[in-house]
Design a protein around this ligand. Structure first.
Ligand SMILES: C[S@@+](CC[C@H](N)C(=O)[O-])C[C@H]1O[C@@H](n2cnc3c(N)ncnc32)[C@H](O)[C@@H]1O
Length: 355
């Protein structure tokens, strides 16, 4: 379905971006996006139009989500191209006014073992701050269910794999999403979910789980074939609607210290983030790292970073895990606890390999 191939000679940077997305990023998760993105890369007139937008608005996922938001269905590229033409003014409007703010509750499975370790070590409930929180769905790790399934050797039968099931206290089955995560290595799975006493987030543009337009945008950001993620999103939104999160609008570097001051002093403060560092430039990341160091020394604050390894660097600019083979990390996130690598994680929380 996807005519993967080398970049055409003299191809523009935008066309190369779409071709890379269509041949490398998308095929495993969405054959539809793979076909559309390669079709767009080959479509000089469309690339010309996309190039009229500011650089940060040209990313493949943004126009694809805008089209899905307007109702584009899985279809061959020629039909999708007609859809783009028929809706171009509206698509431009959405691209220019929205950004990629995918909110993946599944990432709570990646964070949970570390959060439980912190709560156990501190002997008190947690106060959570997520920077780059989108709609704040990762702020409810205590309100979701979990199924941690131990990976078996390649020839093993996954049906027989040992599974650890954790459910939120007092919640009726069917009222929360159950996050499935395949584990390997000595993942420190807790016996029960940690307690969360307080939760808050910061985002440049917080999305509101009570606003139908924002919810539709969150759904449009999930790739077409990933119905299980859309279902999980709806379940997580239902949980968040019951007690909408405190979300502060603004730059994480401007808002974090003030928000941390509001956290209850008798809870263990944890600042965490997933898939946010690509949005910051090197100066912004360095400033954030300094703030985290200050919060650690002044407040005993813990820091969990769940990000693609290419956007992480030590304070001296060196790689955060020099001993680790890049191929092992490609397409996955690295989980750092107070700056130390502890695990390699599936980007949507689907796997956790403890180091
Ligand atoms: C890809 S989304 C990830 C959302 C959430 N962390 C998750 O894992 O589901 C990245 C979010 O970071 C936010 N963001 C980017 N730069 C930011 C900044 N400087 N300050 C606050 N939020 C920011 C974006 O608005 C967006 O909602």
């Amino acid at each position: 379905m996807c005519p993967a191939g080398p970049a055409a000679a003299g191809e523009s940077a935008t066309a190369q971006w779409y071709r890379h997305f269509g041949t490398v990023d998308a095929p495993a998760s969405s054959p539809c996006y793979a076909e559309w993105a390669v079709g767009m890369a080959d479509d000089a007139e469309l690339i010309r139009r996309i190039d009229l937008w500011p650089h940060n608005k040209r990313q493949p996922l943004l126009i694809l989500a805008a089209a899905r938001f307007l109702g584009a269905q899985i279809s061959p590229y020629r039909d999708f191209r007609r859809f783009l033409d028929d809706h171009w003014a509206k698509i431009s409007e959405i691209v220019l006014s929205r950004s990629t703010q995918t909110n993946e509750a599944g990432r709570c499975a990646t964070l949970l073992p570390s959060l439980a370790q912190i709560a156990a070590a501190e002997g008190r409930p947690l106060a959570l701050i997520e920077v780059g929180a989108s709609a704040g769905l990762a702020l409810y790790p205590d309100c979701y269910g979990y199924e941690f399934v131990a990976a078996l050797p390649a020839e093993g039968n996954a049906d027989g794999a040992p599974t650890t099931r954790l459910d939120p206290r007092g919640a009726r089955p069917g009222t929360f999403p159950v996050l499935r995560c395949v584990t390997s290595g000595p993942v420190p799975l807790p016996a029960a979910l940690p307690q969360v006493a307080w939760r808050a987030g910061i985002d440049l543009n917080p999305l509101d789980v009570r606003n139908p337009d924002d919810v539709a945008w969150l759904e449009a950001l999930v790739w077409p074939e990933q119905e299980f993620r859309r279902e999980r999103l709806r379940e997580a939104i239902a949980v968040a609607r019951e007690r909408p999160p405190l979300l502060v609008a603004g730059d994480l570097n401007e808002q974090l210290v003030e928000l941390a001051d509001q956290a209850p002093a008798d809870a263990a403060l944890v600042v965490f983030h997933s898939a946010v560092m690509p949005y910051l430039d090197a100066g912004g990341r360095a400033r954030f790292r300094r703030t985290m160091a200050d919060l650690a020394s002044e407040r005993g604050c813990h820091w969990l970073s769940n990000e693609g390894h290419t956007v992480l660097a030590q304070a001296d600019g060196s790689n955060v895990v020099p001993e680790m083979d890049n191929a092992r990390l490609r397409g996955r996130f690295l989980l750092l606890h107070d700056g130390e690598p502890v695990a390699i994680a599936g980007p949507h929380g689907q796997s956790l390999e403890w180091l």
